[in-house]
Design a protein around this ligand. Structure first.
Ligand SMILES: NC(=O)c1ccc[n+]([C@@H]2O[C@H](COP(=O)([O-])OP(=O)(O)OC[C@H]3O[C@@H](n4cnc5c(N)ncnc54)[C@H](O)[C@@H]3O)[C@@H](O)[C@H]2O)c1
Length: 252
């Protein structure tokens, strides 16, 4: 029970990596507020955690909307009496050739991947201070470490997440609030399938992606959740300002 007595918010936790992290954090003793725009899947994910004996609530939240982020933070504190861990996991993107990249799409991708992380950090901070051992975990990506064609806004946003993380880590270190981020490689989720669907058959493209990774396969969401658990737990008590690749060697 590496998170016993802790309360966490995980955004984008109705599906994929966030859902796996919510299940894992709850299994390790945390009370988890799942927040996502996908109401049906979010409610189902929280119910599944409760059915296996964990403590979880779902709140429909669009993390790009300030008032909704405020309500999310207040709900966690109201329901669990505290907030120790904020995992800014929600994200989205798609491949668009640069000469067809409209400003609205740029703004939307920056809003969900980068601005939302800033908003959630800012509004959760007073509560993380009260925790005494607050943790912020942001979701960056291999795409924040390497350039990728047709993926400029997503790469720029994820690179921004890395330096948001490292700057905030320095600012909050004396308050014992640790701030880290994850840089997963290709992970088999709906997001990755949507990304690659633009270039033909998703199954074929996913297999090709996996084969190009040194370990010869994509990650499973649970493998990213395991790294998230490490950074969220006291096992990482002296780790802050890190952008941890979890990518099967892709950026080695
Ligand atoms: N899958 C990969 O290969 C991969 C690799 C590196 C990083 N990531 C990052 O990991 C995170 C999780 O991605 P995933 O692969 O599990 O994708 P996913 O699509 O399975 O899950 C993302 C979740 O975020 C939610 N979401 C999207 N916009 C939102 C918003 N405005 N407010 C609240 N929730 C919102 C979606 O509804 C969804 O449930 C993302 O930040 C993604 O960029 C994914």
């Amino acid at each position: 029970m590496r998170l016993a007595g802790r309360a966490a918010i995980i955004t984008g936790s109705a599906n994929g990596i966030g859902r796996a992290a919510a299940a894992r954090f709850a299994a390790e003793g945390a009370a988890v507020l799942l927040a996502d725009v996908d109401g049906a899947a979010g409610a189902e994910a929280a119910a599944a955690i409760r059915a296996s004996g964990g403590r979880a609530e779902f709140l429909r939240t669009d993390v790009t909307e300030g008032p909704q982020v405020r309500a999310m933070v207040e709900a966690a504190v109201e329901r669990f009496g505290r907030l120790d861990i904020l995992f800014n996991n929600a994200g989205a993107g798609s491949f668009v050739p640069f000469d067809r990249l409209e400003p609205e799409v740029w703004d939307q991708i920056l809003a969900v991947n980068l601005r939302a992380a800033y908003l959630c950090c800012r509004l959760a901070l007073p509560h993380l201070r009260r925790s005494g051992h607050g943790v912020i975990l942001n979701m960056a990506s291999q795409s924040g470490l390497q350039g990728q064609p047709m993926n400029e806004p997503y790469c720029a946003a994820k690179a921004g997440v890395i330096l948001l993380t490292r700057s905030l880590a320095r600012e909050l270190a004396r308050e014992n609030i640790r701030v880290n981020c994850l840089c997963p490689g290709g992970t088999d989720t709906a997001l990755l399938r949507r990304f690659v669907a633009t270039s033909g058959s998703a199954d074929q493209a996913l297999t090709g992606l996996g084969e190009r990774v040194p370990m010869g396969r994509l990650a499973r969401p649970e493998e990213i959740a395991a790294a998230a658990l490490f950074l969220a737990s006291d096992d990482a008590s002296y780790v802050t300002g890190v952008a941890l690749p979890v990518d099967g060697g892709a950026t080695a």
